[in-house]
Design a protein around this ligand. Structure first.
Ligand code: SF4
Length: 258
């Protein structure tokens, strides 16, 4: 009998001890929970600009430079179109150097065709991708004559249909030649839109649409030039000149130096 009683006690004790084991397990640190810590590293999203701040920024740009000008030399909408097509992956100064002599003898699609692709190539051979670009200049001149009465068309879709012309080209031409409120996003505008937090975006189109959304209409005619000039001379890719920046108090870039 005594054996039986001992055995029963042992069993009871074994059953009761089970929850204790569970409790020990529960107290063990969970690796998964520990992995959540990096969430704290997430950089805080910069505060979006208020409408007043955007107005203030562009008002300062306007006061500093009421009539900003693009730096691509041209004589008419056609030469502007050609200059913009040539400026892809090239500097405005480099394009101007080549086009001064070219436009002096060919400032219409007809004259460009008369000059011919080989000679156009000679004029622009200091510009990157000049072979391709010479071909495009001739092809777009032919298309202008054949389909648009030798005139630069006034819609984005039509300009984009020309050889060598994309959305940025269309936006520059529509803005500079026809006074449309377009926003051409080049490398400078892309950088400024992102750094300042005015219009963050992963693609030029995102930045373009973001800027169009926040910039008041009264500034849109010149906004493209103000932002390009700001990026080219102040908000430089390497070593931005934050100390002399007109909008350094408004800029959201965490790495700004003021
Ligand atoms: S403060 Fe610096 S980073 Fe910001 S817009 Fe001005 S130059 Fe660019």
């Amino acid at each position: 009998m005594a054996k039986i009683i001992r055995s029963q006690r042992a069993n009871t004790s074994s059953v009761r001890s089970a929850p204790k084991k569970k409790a020990v397990k529960a107290a063990t640190p969970q690796p998964k929970r520990a992995a959540k810590k990096p969430a704290a590293k997430k950089a805080a999203k910069p505060k979006p600009w208020t409408a007043e701040e955007v107005y203030e920024a562009f008002d300062r740009f306007r006061k500093a430079n009421p009539e900003p000008k693009g730096e691509l030399e041209h004589l008419n909408p056609y030469t502007l179109l050609v200059a913009v097509v040539l400026s892809a992956q090239a500097t405005d100064a480099g394009v101007n150097k080549a086009t001064r002599a070219l436009f002096a003898i060919a400032d219409t699609p007809e004259k460009m065709l008369e000059l011919g692709e080989d000679r156009v190539r000679d004029y622009i051979k200091t510009i990157g991708l000049y072979r391709n670009k010479a071909r495009n200049v001739i092809a777009l001149s032919e298309k202008l004559i054949a389909e648009f009465g030798s005139k630069v068309p006034r819609t984005r879709a039509e300009i984009e249909s020309l050889p060598g012309a994309g959305r940025k080209t269309a936006n520059v031409v529509l803005n500079m030649a026809f006074g449309e409120h377009t926003m051409a996003v080049d490398t400078h505008v892309f950088r400024v839109g992102n750094r300042t937090g005015l219009a963050p975006g992963k693609t030029p189109l995102e930045v373009e649409l973001g800027l169009e959304k926040v910039i008041p209409t009264e500034f849109m005619l010149h906004a493209h030039h103000w932002l390009i000039l700001h990026g080219r001379y102040t908000c430089l890719a390497r070593g931005p000149r934050c100390d002399v920046c007109l909008i350094n108090d408004l800029c959201r870039w965490p790495e700004k130096t003021v």
